[in-house]
Ligand binder design. Structure first.
Ligand code: SF4
Length: 245
């Protein structure tokens, strides 16, 4: 317990030091520093290949195309997302794409009929996203997200660096607006996700995503009929479903 407390303290101090070093840098310079100086070989980008994902993917590809890019294939994604993933990987020249999936043995027990998302979405996310992601991150000390403050009320307080379990997590786009993202796509001629033109500013699994109405938060279409706002990969391990590995 004491060791855990000390490790937690060390990570918290590390996050504070990284914030001091990086908070005034442009996003590209921030990512370059993390990828090449602070965490070379020990950092990955977790990407949903969603509506705004191409920004970080493009920057990472420019800096080091061998950076691990982790995609959590829940087996519930829109076919458009899978096609977009493949097209972007080819277009950007990403060389270390890692698509991770749930363990069939878990789903046979927990979700034999494939409807766990309707009965217990936290548990569904735990087996289809969180646990595969934690496995994929085992060799890393830091991971990059695409989260932004504008996306939802629940993300307004995002910080640049966070501590989650034993990882440093960085949110390099936290202050980017939809206009910033659109300008970046135009400047670099990046293709849009095919569903964005159909009213999907945030795209997850098919049963848990709907288009949003004008004026709604970008993430209002995610788990729209429940209190759930995050999939679980942004919570500390064990807070959603305890027990087992
Ligand atoms: S977003 Fe929905 S379908 Fe996807 S893992 Fe979570 S609960 Fe399951």
């Amino acid at each position: 317990m004491q060791l855990e407390t000390n490790q937690r303290l060390e990570l918290t101090e590390r996050a504070a030091a990284l914030t001091r070093n990086y908070e005034r840098l442009r996003t590209h310079d921030l990512l370059r520093g993390l990828l090449t100086e602070d965490y070379p070989g020990r950092i990955g980008l977790v990407s949903s290949f969603g509506a705004e994902a191409a920004v970080t993917l493009h920057m990472v590809a420019e800096i080091d195309p061998y950076t691990p890019v982790i995609f959590l294939d829940t087996w519930k994604h829109f076919p458009e997302t899978l096609a977009y993933r493949d097209a972007l990987v080819t277009r950007l020249g990403l060389c270390n794409m890692q698509t991770v999936t749930p363990r069939p043995v878990h789903l046979e027990v927990e979700d034999p009929d494939g409807d766990l998302n309707a009965r217990d979405p936290d548990r569904c996310c735990h087996y289809r996203k969180t646990r595969p992601m934690l496995q994929a991150l085992r060799a890393m000390d830091c991971w990059i997200t695409g989260r932004k403050r504008h996306q939802a009320d629940t993300r307004r307080e995002l910080t640049l660096f966070e501590v989650q379990d034993r990882w440093i997590k960085v949110n390099p786009l936290l202050d980017w607006t939809p206009e910033d993202v659109a300008a970046y796509y135009r400047a670099h001629d990046l293709p849009p996700h095919p569903l964005t033109s159909q009213g999907y500013p945030s795209i997850g699994c098919v049963p848990c995503t709907r288009p949003v109405a004008p004026g709604e938060d970008a993430r209002a279409g995610r788990w729209a009929d429940s209190e759930k706002t995050e999939c679980g990969i942004h919570f500390e391990n064990g807070k959603i479903v305890r027990g087992g590995t």
